[in-house]
Design a protein around this ligand. Structure first.
Ligand SMILES: Cc1cc2nc3c(=O)[nH]c(=O)nc-3n(C[C@H](O)[C@H](O)[C@H](O)COP(=O)(O)OP(=O)(O)OC[C@H]3O[C@@H](n4cnc5c(N)ncnc54)[C@H](O)[C@@H]3O)c2cc1C
Length: 479
């Protein structure tokens, strides 16, 4: 045993982490690695929060609550997967497919030999969805995004991405068929309603800056399985995973948090990391606590945006590509999953995703399936209701916080500012994808927030470095 471990064993401190979503898992793993004793409190029976799976009683299959994708630029969620030993469970795809109707598709692919930001150039030039004039318009906007980089994006904070598209003279058809499908999938709002800084970040850091940034990663196992190793890491550090345990309140003595009041008793702790959504945190915080911590002042101002996922089990293999965007349709993306279990009655599973699904709330399952099927049939001719063995729509009304213009102004930091003694409670740390990560609501934002909160609380680790911008990208920014 090393001297460091012995020292930790003597003075090991407990951190209670409320919420076992990606943010809470990331925080717990990092706290364990830093020598603290994490107690992870999760109300549900499984870890993963919004990025998890459920046992579907109708089919007996473990289904994700919705298709989740990561991208090559998501350094923190990928680091978490690596720590959990599941990075190899992610399948990577270097091509995004865009449907043109009636079975025609365009591929937007990473060219093997070209450096960023030129790597999408050849396939983009070959796309038939857009005219030459439209491609020039898109290139004009990309050039502006490339040139402004992270520093230039600051000027767009608080404005709608639609304003940027107007300023760079994007035709309406290009907004509908190119910008919106990407912005909807990454930020869960259309360009006209989306915070410009978030959308610009997606196109810059998620496409242009690095060759691998835009690669799309899809788990080949149910999402909940990705977190299986978390419990062992926590327990090895002397901690505990408490599933089926609901936090009721943060215990506050007027100066410090002393623990978490749960439905089965109090978890005493030297520090607490909240990793629940803002509305839940508001319920856990007394008026006295909120009066002491200005980070908790604006929790009620967060709005949310829904996502509908429709699982479709197909009797024949109807999708030939791993993913397919349906530009201009109400259903935004399709993802194909091969390898159906023997005797399951289907050969391919498709997950259809409808982002910003406000207009789908209240629809029955049959109606949702029928609408998705109509969009699929537009893209893949010959697909009919008879091809579907079963379908399972899952609507998440509060899928993501709404990335509306100005949202970053109300996102709180993980820790009280150094030297700001009146700013808040020093041993309360905030995590969750809605905190001040600069990212839209994503697993990357959640992992980043968990790492940041754990570093602020327990030391060590911290947020993983972003993919470095390629040389040509840096050159373009310096000119
Ligand atoms: C349908 C859908 C599709 C999405 N698609 C993508 C995608 O493709 N890519 C991507 O990166 N992101 C996607 N997201 C967003 C992503 O899932 C979230 O941003 C991320 O998972 C949020 O993680 P979190 O840990 O911050 O919060 P959560 O996942 O909400 O975790 C909070 C946890 O706290 C628990 N909890 C709440 N109250 C209490 C309490 N009182 N006591 C104990 N526990 C409590 C909850 O049960 C939950 O497990 C999608 C989200 C949805 C819903």
């Amino acid at each position: 045993m090393s001297a460091g471990v012995q020292a930790n064993a003597v003075v090991q401190r407990t951190v209670a982490i409320v919420g076992g979503g990606v943010a809470g898992i990331a925080a717990a793993v990092r706290a364990a690695d830093a020598g603290w004793r994490p107690v992870l409190i999760e109300t549900r029976t499984k870890l993963g929060g919004r990025a998890t799976s459920f046992d579907d009683v109708r089919t007996g299959i473990e289904l994700d609550n919705c298709q989740h994708v990561v991208m090559g630029c998501c350094a923190n969620i990928l680091e978490l997967y690596e720590r959990l030993g599941v990075l190899g469970e992610i399948d990577w795809h270097e091509t995004l497919w865009f449907a043109r109707g009636n079975g025609a598709t365009d591929a937007l692919s990473i060219a093997p030999l070209l450096p960023a930001p030129l790597h999408y150039g050849p396939s983009f030039a070959r796309m038939r969805l857009f005219s030459l004039g439209e491609k020039l318009a898109i290139s004009r906007a990309f050039l502006a995004i490339l040139r402004m980089g992270p520093r230039g994006r600051v000027c767009w904070q608080g404005r709608a991405f639609g304003e940027f598209l107007a300023e760079t003279r994007q035709p309406a058809r290009v907004v509908e068929l190119f910008w919106d499908p990407v912005v909807l999938s990454a930020c869960n709002l259309p360009s006209a309603r989306c915070e410009a800084a978030h959308a610009l970040k997606v196109f810059d850091e998620g496409m242009l800056a690095h060759r691998f940034a835009g690669a799309v990663g899809v788990s080949r196992v149910p999402l909940a399985r990705l977190y299986d190793a978390a419990e062992e890491i926590i327990v090895r550090a002397g901690g505990e995973l408490r599933l089926r345990t609901s936090a009721k309140a943060l215990a506050f003595d007027g100066a410090r948090i002393t623990g978490v009041v749960c439905d089965d008793g109090v978890v005493g702790a030297q520090a607490v990391i909240s990793a629940v959504p803002p509305d839940r945190l508001a319920k856990l915080s007394s008026g006295t606590l909120r009066a002491h911590d200005k980070r908790l002042a604006r929790l009620e101002e967060f709005a949310f945006s829904p996502i509908l996922g429709v699982h479709l089990a197909m009797k024949r293999r109807v999708m030939k590509t791993a993913n397919l965007a349906l530009p201009g349709r109400a259903t935004h993306w399709l993802f194909a999953h091969e390898g159906a279990p023997a005797g399951s009655g289907f050969v391919q599973r498709i997950e259809a995703v409808v982002s910003a699904a406000d207009g789908w709330i209240g629809l029955g399952e049959d109606e949702s399936t029928a609408r998705v099927l109509a969009d699929m049939a537009w893209a893949i001719p010959g697909v009919t209701r008879d091809d579907i063995a079963w379908s399972r729509p899952v609507l998440e009304k509060r899928a993501t916080f709404a990335s509306t213009p100005g949202i970053d102004a109300i996102r709180p930091r993980a820790r009280v500012e150094a030297g700001d003694l009146k700013g808040g409670v020093a041993n309360l740390f905030l995590a969750g994808e809605w905190t001040d990560t600069g990212w839209p609501s994503t697993m990357e934002g959640a992992a980043r927030s968990g790492f940041a909160a754990a570093a602020a609380c327990c030391g060590g680790g911290g947020v993983a470095a972003d993919l470095p911008a390629a040389g040509l990208v840096r050159l373009a920014r310096s000119l």
